[in-house]
Ligand binder design. Structure first.
Ligand code: ADP
Length: 274
């Protein structure tokens, strides 16, 4: 489903002396089935932007449409349950949101809450385990007995278990080592390829944006500064630098490699080293 932002503005603490305009004049479309990377310096509005996609925030002006679900400024409180069935959001450090006694119960929490019978939810949980790189034995364990990396995989399985048509990822590989980050990103990329899920990735890593995204949105001071394909990162490296985004040499190397060999897709095993 397409996601369409039309002239969106968002103000935190509206009407108080602390009012802060976090998004201004934002009109953008995220096409159905695309892999979109959202980049920008800290405080540029990325997180405020993505929280509009599942209705955690509603626009102070303008409108946001996710498929046929529309959120408009000024509209009274809306039931966002239907939207939440379609939009899965993986927060930073999703492992902090685990709370059930067992891994199975945690993964099944979302689907059961949205009305899926228990047995079907359990089947989904089992099917998801290999995809997120976990063994079936963990199902009966307490999530709190697992390692940090495994806990994160459980939390991600819990989001994928609702089979969202839109997957929003806020720095899902934060704090992982290079190998862990590569594994995590491959997981999401393969899931995206297989299910044609509209994927929105917030990242500080230009490599990940250059490697996986087919659309890149650059935020700067609450506005969209640029939108384009992954070549945007190479072609506007200097401007990105000016607004606080570092484009490492490895990314330029990747671009040359792609150009020279006419590659549109990067082999998943491609390693980028500084
Ligand atoms: P990013 O995700 O790019 O770091 P944010 O969307 O978190 O940016 O923040 C955009 C702006 O909104 C920043 O100036 C930030 O200080 C402000 N902001 C974010 N959350 C809040 C909040 N809960 N209350 C007030 N201001 C906020």
């Amino acid at each position: 489903m397409d996601i369409v932002f039309s002239e969106v503005e968002y103000r935190y603490m509206q009407g108080t002396p602390f009012e802060k305009v976090a998004l201004k004049d934002l009109s953008i479309t995220i096409p159905s089935g695309s892999f979109t990377a959202v980049i920008g310096h800290t405080g540029s509005g990325k997180s405020t932007f993505i929280q509009h996609i599942n209705g955690l925030l509603r626009p102070s002006a303008g409108s946001v449409k996710v498929g046929s679900f529309e959120m408009k400024a000024g509209k009274k409180k809306q039931d966002v349950r239907e939207l939440r069935k379609e939009v899965g959001l993986v927060f930073q450090y999703p492992e902090h949101q685990l709370f059930e006694e067992t891994v199975e119960k945690d993964i099944c929490f979302g689907p059961i809450n949205f009305g899926l019978p228990k047995e079907k939810a359990s089947r989904r949980a089992k099917e998801l385990l290999p995809l997120v790189g976990l063994e079936e034995e963990v199902l009966a364990s307490s999530p709190f007995q697992l390692s940090g990396g495994q806990m994160r995989r459980v939390a991600i399985a819990g989001v994928l278990a609702i089979e969202p048509s839109v997957l929003v990822l806020d720095e899902p590989a934060a704090s992982l080592d290079p190998e862990g980050r590569q594994q995590m990103m491959s997981l999401f990329y393969e899931y995206h390829q297989r299910n044609k899920t509209t994927t929105v990735l917030v990242t500080h890593h230009m490599e990940d944006a250059a490697k996986y995204a087919d659309q890149i949105i650059v935020f700067h001071e609450g506005r969209v500064e640029m939108v384009g394909g992954r070549e945007l990162i190479f072609e506007h490296a200097q401007r990105l630098n000016e607004i606080g985004l570092d484009v490492p040499k490895s990314v330029r190397f990747l671009h040359n490699f792609q150009e020279r060999f006419h590659l549109h897709e990067v082999p998943m095993s491609f390693e980028m080293k500084e």
